[in-house]
Design a protein around this ligand. Structure first.
Ligand code: 7RM
Length: 635
């Protein structure tokens, strides 16, 4: 029996039992046998969910890039590590071998050091999906700098907030980016953001679209000439197991984004182990995850998990609709993709198009299909299964979070029998619990509740950057001695889990987590707006779309409503990004509120979803009369 590569259902159950009956012995064996360490740990696990404090492999010394690069050189030096597929299908793909990637990472590491970046410093990376993005993450890790990747679709305001929150001293960006037929002026966004970021000393700029941009003397540097001059080798910095590897921001239900901090050893072990099993990756496979590295899925399952296994991982710069809706399927055929990992929102968008786009391509290389980011609805599941997998490739519906670092509940393909819309069974080492609102665990099957995890796993985030209290309050205070996920779930008759969605004020739009509060804050800054509330409503492509209820000030009441709608969305685009734009905006005279002044989002959600037959208990409302008005005028 192999603990590292699980191939049968009985093996899964055996290894699972071992992993939960003695987690320390279990993870020690995995860590010992499948990774390279400069020094072994003193203790496998130290934890206390009340503080909370979690330490894995304490005392161990390592560098994650030696595990992702150096150790593969003797056996896989000429194997493709990163296969880059550009936005424009006419531009040639790049096959970057492990040798070449190692060299590029070392050169970049030397450039960072030459520009004053030291171990522990924070570096903000704001790049499109080009090889330099992966190289930048690894170069930071090589020298012990903490990377903070900001998705290159975020606005200047969102970027500066994140740069300042973690005091980044450097930004790595590009002149611009390609997105389908469009180009985006990324450097212009960075320049605007940096007006508010006095701590940034240097900006390294990748040339991608050859646009004419302004370069600020002393601060901005073109990257390529620096790389050309840099030495092509660099020893890896010796890191402690618990040294931070990166910060990645995720929206909260209130206030500013949370900088989730992931540390080195546990994150490496868990992402590598889940990658190997959840995709059943074998040596000559070509694996493609369509996520952007700006999200956790890209960190864990484009960069670290695959590279730690010596895999070939595809990076795609473009979009599914350019030059036409067959682009994904064309890439699968072209590179003979074996494992394909995408989001339900992409599946739904492509399922709306003519089947010709799929049928023109040979998809027989596929062995595993993955889904992540939000619940996959039954219709999308079947479309994916019938038309892409031809009923031969198992679909793994992988449930996890930025905070969990790696997959938590997922089938193992060819091992776990799948059921549409079910994430099925917990991964090895994961101990889920369903809780009721009173704080009691709901045991047994055919039950539903709030999803918690009872015991630490190696890649759990360790804190929120600069705000440990918020970390404790958000994840460890709702239920004693439990990590609370914020999701609801049900457990069926055979013990399979189905995630039912968020139970807090986070709305998932096209796979992006959006907190309602920052969007409401942005709307409320409009001079004509008095107050607003945002809810999600079902959308056939995006999963959820945003519905805004807006109360106008007197000055706004005489204004043209459609112009106001445009201005509100414009403001959201500038402050948060186009992904947070509202699909519908209804102007209302009041919002349903409880006596303690809390907006009853439950009612607004029902109205937005046209599900008004039973609005539930409205007796605690301060202003029940407003509900009728909102219903009468809703879209
Ligand atoms: C990986 C990622 C986390 C939230 C999570 C859920 C939702 C993710 C699934 C899912 C149902 C899934 N990280 N979610 N995967 N819901 N089934 N397979 O998405 O931090 O950006 O989002 O996404 O609500 O709490 S994330």
């Amino acid at each position: 029996m192999s603990n590292y590569h699980i191939k049968h259902l009985e093996e899964y159950f055996q290894v699972y039992r071992k992993s939960v009956s003695n987690p320390e012995a279990f993870w020690e064996e995995i860590a010992e046998e499948h990774f390279v360490w400069r020094k072994k740990w003193n203790k496998v696990l130290e934890w206390d969910f009340t503080k909370p404090e979690i330490k894995w492999f304490e005392g161990a010394k390592l560098n994650i890039t030696e595990n992702c690069l150096d150790r593969h050189l003797p056996t896989r030096g000429d194997k493709t590590a990163i296969l880059f597929e550009p936005n424009d299908p006419k531009e040639e793909a790049q096959h970057i071998t492990y040798h070449e990637l190692h060299e590029r990472v070392c050169r970049m590491a030397n450039v960072l050091l030459d520009h004053g970046v030291k171990k522990g410093d924070r570096v903000c990376i704001y790049l499109p999906m080009i090889p330099e993005l992966a190289v930048s993450l690894l170069a930071c890790a090589r020298i012990g700098a903490i990377h903070s990747v900001v998705f290159a679709g975020f606005s200047a305001n969102a970027l500066s907030t994140r740069i300042n929150d973690s005091d980044c001293k450097m930004v790595i960006c590009s002149d611009g980016s390609y997105r389908g037929a469009k180009t985006i002026d990324l450097k212009g966004i960075v320049d605007k953001a940096l007006e508010d970021c006095s701590g940034v000393e240097n900006v390294l700029v990748v040339k991608r679209i050859n646009s004419d941009i302004g370069m600020k003397d002393g601060r901005d540097h073109w990257l390529q000439p620096l790389l050309d001059k840099a030495y092509a080798d660099r020893d890896a910095e010796l890191m402690d197991a618990e040294d931070p590897l990166f910060i990645l921001y995720t929206s909260g239900s209130t206030g500013k984004p949370k900088g989730m901090v992931h540390t080195t050893a546990g994150y490496m072990v868990y992402t590598a182990y889940t990658f190997k099993n959840a995709f059943q990756y074998t040596e000559n496979d070509v694996y493609w995850c369509t996520a952007d590295i700006g999200w956790i899925t890209g960190h864990s399952y484009i960069v670290y998990g695959p590279l730690a296994n010596g895999a070939t991982t595809v990076m795609f710069e473009g979009v599914p609709s350019y030059p036409d809706y067959g682009r994904f399927w064309q890439i699968i055929e072209k590179h003979k993709i074996n494992q394909f990992y995408t989001a339900p929102t992409a599946i739904r968008a492509l399922a709306k198009e003519k089947l010709d786009f799929v049928e023109q391509h040979d998809l027989t290389s596929l062995k595993v299909l993955g889904s992540v980011g939000e619940p996959i609805n039954e219709e999308a599941w079947h479309w994916y299964n019938n038309n892409i997998g031809k009923k031969k490739s198992p679909i793994i519906d992988t449930w996890w979070q930025t905070e969990t670092g790696g997959m938590m509940i997922t089938p193992i393909p060819y091992v776990t029998p799948t059921t549409p819309t079910y994430a099925t069974l917990p991964f090895i080492g994961i101990q889920p619990a369903l809780m009721d609102e009173a704080g009691k665990e709901i045991k047994g099957n055919q039950v539903d509740g709030r999803l918690c995890i009872k015991f630490p796993w190696p890649s759990i985030a360790r804190t929120i950057w600069g705000n440990h209290d918020r970390y404790r309050d958000t994840y460890f205070s709702a239920y004693k001695n439990m990590y609370f996920t914020g999701d609801g779930a049900l457990r069926d008759a055979v013990g399979y889990y189905r995630i039912t969605g968020r139970v807090d004020d986070v709305i998932i739009v096209s796979g992006h987590n959006l907190g309602t509060a920052p969007i409401e804050d942005s709307i409320n800054e409009h001079p004509a707006v008095a107050e607003s509330a945002i809810v999600g409503f079902p959308h056939e492509v995006k999963g959820n779309a945003l519905y805004g209820y807006v109360i106008l000030k007197e000055v706004g009441k005489t204004r043209d409503r459609n112009n106001l709608r445009k201005e509100i969305n414009q403001q959201i685009t500038e402050q948060i990004g186009p992904i947070a734009k509202l699909d519908k905006i209804q102007f209302v005279s009041g919002l349903p509120k409880t006596r303690s002044g809390k907006i009853m989002r439950r009612i607004l959600r029902k109205i937005a979803s046209k599900d008004t037959s039973n609005l539930g208990d409205t007796s605690t409302l301060l202003n029940p009369e407003v509900v009728k008005e909102i219903m009468d005028n809703s879209f």
